[in-house]
Design a protein around this ligand. Structure first.
Ligand code: ATP
Ligand code: MG
Length: 335
């Protein structure tokens, strides 16, 4: 029997919830819940609920409780965290865990209080909050405890955060409430305008992941997808190339680049020279987009690189933040 509380780092993302304990990822599930509409009761969450998306009768609703990195549906978020903690606890449920849970940089106190409250109501014994870029930087071992500049860009599904950190704190940062989902939307609207074809979000995401890129590639790939003709409503296939996806993504990627550029502009010059030496770390699922490192390097004039574990580092860093809480507490969001 465990007489101590478990210590968990929870990365509460718009598309995925990931949980780390020590250096291990112990859970990774889509941030999706299935609810019985009439009773407002959650019947499935995570992958099981995700598999129901778009395939359920009216009595069931499949929803995402977070939008653009922040809680949009408090009850569903709390219920999801509750299911998650129960799943992790197993039969031994004497003490609730201590959790360090992530929030995007710059959220309002109302938004961060909602996350804190949901974590406690879901069964945590104690809950602390950490800004996502700080957690990610700890997860990839950037030397942010030193008086030197470290820059990281989190390219999430619902938000993009660029931050410069030193002495365990955030020196300059900005959050754009747009992420990979906005890239999918851009592909949808490109296909609608160019081919008069309507495609779904899942198809658009597949296009992005399979053949997409941030800059033109030497090797063009193609993919055939099925859509629905805008006029006749009938199904029709279309073939898309990498070059077309690059074109479709140009505008939203530009906004992402501009966000990072503004953060660099706000950074004190001494720290900028460190960043030029060390480069800019790219994390989050969006860091997996082909050529995103090249685009950032070119547009920012500072070398950018994808970290080794872009999607998991934030949860790992949250667990680490919990272990070093006394050292970093004064730089964490208060509730
Ligand atoms: N190979 C890939 N190429 C491009 N994009 C990808 C790839 N793999 C995943 N993604 C995108 O990454 C996004 C999810 O990233 P991540 O898991 O970091 O988000 P999140 O933490 O749930 O969201 P957020 O941090 O914004 O709240 C999705 O938009 C997904 O389409
Ligand atoms: Mg994230």
């Amino acid at each position: 029997m465990a007489l101590f509380s478990r210590e968990l780092g929870i990365d509460l993302g718009t598309t995925y919830i990931r949980v780390a304990e020590g250096n291990q990822i112990v859970l990774q599930e889509p941030t999706v819940a299935a609810i019985v509409v009439e009773e407002q009761k959650m019947v499935a969450w995570g992958q099981e609920a995700q598999d129901m998306l778009g395939k359920v009768p009216e009595s069931l609703e499949v929803t995402r409780p977070l939008i653009n990195g922040v809680i949009a549906d408090y009850e569903v978020t709390e219920a999801t965290l509750n299911f998650l903690l129960r799943k992790l606890a197993g039969p031994l449920r004497f003490f609730g865990p201590h959790v360090m849970i992530t929030v995007p940089y710059g959220v309002t106190s109302v938004e961060s209080r909602a996350v804190h409250e949901a974590a406690l109501q879901a069964g945590s014994r104690e809950a602390y909050l950490v800004q996502q870029p700080l957690a990610a930087a700890l997860g990839v071992d950037l030397p942010i405890g030193t008086p030197s500049g470290n820059m990281l860009i989190c390219l999430g599904g619902g938000a993009t955060q660029a931050a410069v950190m030193a002495m365990y704190g955030i020196v300059a940062a900005e959050t754009l409430r747009k992420g990979g989902g906005a890239l999918d939307e851009a592909i949808i609207s490109y296909v609608r305008k160019k081919y008069g074809l309507i495609i779904g979000q899942l198809t658009a995401e597949q296009v992005k992941i399979r053949i997409g890129a941030a800059v033109p590639q030497e090797e063009e790939q193609t993919i055939e997808i099925q859509g629905q003709d805008q006029v006749s409503g009938l199904p029709r296939p279309v073939s898309l190339t990498t070059g077309e996806v690059v074109e479709a993504l140009r505008e939203p990627l530009n906004e992402i680049v501009e966000t990072a550029r503004r953060v660099l502009e706000k950074t004190p010059p001494e720290l900028v020279s460190d960043i030029i030496d060390r480069g800019v770390a790219l994390t989050g699922g969006g860091a997996l987009l082909r050529g995103i490192d090249k685009l950032m390097t070119k547009e920012l004039g500072v070398p950018a690189y994808r970290v080794d574990n872009p999607t998991l580092c934030t949860a790992e860093g949250a667990a680490r933040a919990l272990a070093m809480y006394p050292l970093i507490r004064r730089n964490l969001p208060t509730v």
